[in-house]
Design a protein around this ligand. Structure first.
Ligand code: GLA
Length: 712
């Protein structure tokens, strides 16, 4: 395999190479880093031969296209959306590139340095190549090299990425709401600027910090789930963000992504460096959206998740069963039932601390509520451990109820502006995690809580977005930095907790899936994907979630019916099969389940344990998307070398007499024979791929099945 990074000094051309990708850029005669290529692999000679786009004559009315530069700056004849925009002390805004050498701290990392010819600003474009997973990481660092006057950074994206010219483009992205996260949308990309963004202080329920692009027309080789070229980018940042797509009439498309939303600025002090989070770029030459997802999952598992090889345990969570009314007695009862079913991790959710009897009080006071836990949490932790399960606890460290001892003592600790009301959402305010003292307080509370109570697992929640995001007494008077420092401190408290307690595992949650991104995945073990536990809605949410994020992180619970959110009553088996296609958990009130239900649940949990290594660590194939309730939806997982496969099929409303077609399986060894672990039947891989597997779904509402095949 060629070097990850190759350089032609004569033309100042750089070529980055991964297993299936080539990425080329050139520093032009004026010192501007220009984009050349992002697609299939090239040789260095081929990269050198590529002409720079847009060097031909252009009218006085056309600026440089965004798609021509590695980071589109504000300045000169550029009229597209700037990825880097600064204002110097004298009011000058235009930024001028001047190449100032490069470094390769290791064979897979490239730093291109630029200085401004007049002003004290050094800009570094960072590239990290992952040859084995095809991901190219990019970021930008800005250093104030002067001695006086702040430089105001009005926008600093991590990178601009450019796609090859196409007549049409299509955008796939995920939108959502609370309890309806990651709804996949696939639509023609309009001309002009399309902005995906979050202004909530988190990655948000409403949009996901990633975008997937393919050609927008069948004649240009657009992609589908199984074939076609796809380009994508995901931002590793857990706060507000902005991803701007710019499509011009001359068939160019650029994508710039970075932390912070519009109007969030950074005042750069002399000597300071502002480093953006990385944006991860991934191109897959074939295999369509399914292939792209598998490539993302492979990268995140290999390079990002902290314990990717670990198999996640079956969890029980108390939230839908006991709400805020948790007590030692009711949790012990639930724990006993859970253990009998084969649950391995028992998590007590909200309600165990302070004066928290409902959502009006107590957040911030992280001591057990004596009325429910007179001897503290230890008796429950011990009981859960005695039952053979790990013990988990819900926390929401970034929040405070005004009715709490913490707020009474520290009203200045919340995000606020001096002459504005403090907007309460769910009766709570946001602690200013950007403050070092707040982050320190949170870390010390949490580390003590974990140590003193033998806590194996924390569910870290965050149940509202920012509002009045001010920090009036910020010592340097640069209040906007809170948007960045908040997220950095959230990350660093997670990092410190993990370092303090190497066995501790953490679930990321923000009212469900309100804060998921590669930086969260780097610090947590699984994600609570949505507060919507309806098994049918969940299939749609999971389809969107798995576009980029791996199944190994996708937690799902089986809860009671009628469902608390949707009111729908779906049979237990379908509910289980839906949750078993991710990281299985149980969240119903087990004290009210009938003996037959408990028995069925126990059996299904045992079945899950027999296949979860395939589900959690295998390659995912989304065979049929969910949607139309009268069609089968199906997913399949395949272990490396196609030794085992698991498929789930769901059919909410069968039509009388119309049997669904057999399900053609993917990723199997055609010449091998596979044994169905339930029926003992043998099938050739080729037959499963060509004719397919008859799922034998019963012709009743909410039909579902799971099939497990092992190569003989
Ligand atoms: C959020 C979480 C739920 C639950 C509640 C508790 O909504 O997503 O799972 O923990 O908070 O208040």
């Amino acid at each position: 395999m060629p070097a990850a990074i190759a350089h032609d000094p004569a033309t100042r051309t750089w070529l980055l190479t991964t297993r299936r990708t080539g990425y080329a850029l050139r520093i032009d005669e004026r010192g501007v880093p220009r984009h050349l290529h992002w697609g299939g692999p090239l040789t260095l000679a081929q990269a050198v031969s590529l002409p720079l786009a847009g060097t031909k004559w252009r009218s006085s009315f056309e600026g440089l296209a965004a798609a021509e530069e590695e980071l589109t700056v504000d300045g000169g004849n550029r009229y597209g959306p700037p990825a880097l925009r600064v204002r110097f002390a004298d009011g000058t805004r235009a930024l001028t590139w001047q190449a100032d050498g490069h470094e390769q701290p290791d064979p897979a990392t490239l730093l291109l340095h630029f200085t401004d010819p007049h002003y004290p600003l050094r800009t570094t474009l960072g590239y990290r190549v992952h040859p084995d997973t095809d991901v190219i990481e990019r970021w930008t660092a800005l250093t104030h090299t002067g001695k006086a006057d702040d430089i105001l950074v009005l926008r600093a994206d991590s990178a601009t990425l450019s796609l090859p010219p196409r007549d049409h483009y299509r955008l796939s992205h995920a939108v959502g709401l609370w309890a309806a996260e990651t709804q996949l949308k696939r639509e023609p990309l309009p001309f002009g600027e399309t902005v995906l963004t979050s202004r909530t202080g988190t990655t948000s329920h409403q949009a996901q910090p990633w975008a997937i692009l393919d050609a927008g027309d069948a004649n240009e080789g657009w992609a589908d789930e199984t074939q076609g070229q796809v380009w994508s980018a995901a931002l590793a940042w857990s706060g507000s963000w902005q991803l701007t797509l710019h499509r011009t009439p001359d068939n160019r498309l650029s994508l710039s992504a970075g932390a912070g939303h519009d109007a969030v600025t950074v005042a750069l002090r002399p000597g300071e460096t502002h480093t953006t989070p990385p944006v991860l770029a991934l191109y897959t030459p074939a295999g369509g959206f399914g292939g792209l997802s598998r490539a993302w999952h492979a990268h995140l598992r290999a390079k990002v998740l902290p314990h990717a090889d670990e198999t996640r345990p079956v969890l029980y969570n108390s939230w839908e069963a006991t709400g805020f009314s948790v007590t030692l007695e009711n949790q012990s009862r639930l724990a006993a039932h859970a253990a009998a079913l084969g649950v391995e991790l028992f998590v007590m959710d909200d309600g165990w601390f302070g004066a928290r009897r409902d959502d009006h009080a107590g957040l911030g006071d992280w001591a057990p509520y004596p009325g429910a836990f007179p001897a503290g949490l230890r008796p429950l932790a011990d009981e859960v451990h005695r039952l053979g399960m790990a013990f988990g606890l819900w926390v929401e460290p970034e929040m405070v109820n005004p009715d709490s001892d913490l707020y009474r003592a520290r009203p200045d600790w919340v995000l606020h502006f001096p002459h504005r009301a403090r907007t309460e959402l769910r009766n709570q305010l946001v602690l200013n995690f950007a403050r070092p003292d707040v982050a320190e307080w949170a870390h010390s509370r949490l580390t003590r809580l974990v140590a003193e109570n033998d806590v194996d697992y924390l569910k870290w929640d965050m149940n509202r977005p920012f509002s009045e995001a001010g920090w009036p007494d910020e010592p340097s008077g640069r209040g906007d930095r809170l948007w960045f420092d908040y997220v950095r401190n959230y990350h660093s408290v997670l990092d410190r907790l993990r370092a303090d307690h190497p066995r501790l595992r953490i679930e990321a949650c923000s009212g469900g899936g309100g804060r998921v991104d590669p930086a969260v995945l780097a610090r947590t073990d699984q994600v609570w994907v949505s507060d919507n536990t309806d098994a049918a809605d969940r299939l749609v949410i999971q389809q969107g979630y798995t576009q980029v994020y791996p199944v190994r992180t996708m937690a799902a619970w089986v809860t009671d019916v009628p469902n608390q959110q949707t009111g729908r009553s779906i049979p237990l088996r379908f509910r289980f099969h839906s949750a078993m296609s991710g990281v299985l958990g149980v969240g119903g009130d087990l004290t009210r389940w009938q003996p037959a239900e408990l028995k069925e649940a126990e059996q299904l949990i045992a079945e899950y344990k027999a296949v979860r290594h395939v589900v959690q660590h295998g390659d995912l194939f989304r065979l049929r998307p969910p949607g139309d309730l009268q069609s089968v939806s199906a997913v399949q997982y395949v272990t490396p070398e196609a030794a085992e496969t698991v498929a789930f099929g769901w059919l909410p409303q069968p039509r009388f007499g119309l049997r669904p077609a057999p399900l053609r399986l993917a990723g199997l060894d055609r010449d091998a024979r596979y044994r169905d672990t339930r029926t003992g039947e043998l099938h050739y891989g080729a037959a499963l791929a060509e004719r397919g597997l008859d799922l034998q779904l019963p012709s009743e509402d909410w039909a579902s099945t799971m099939v497990h095949l092992i190569r003989t």
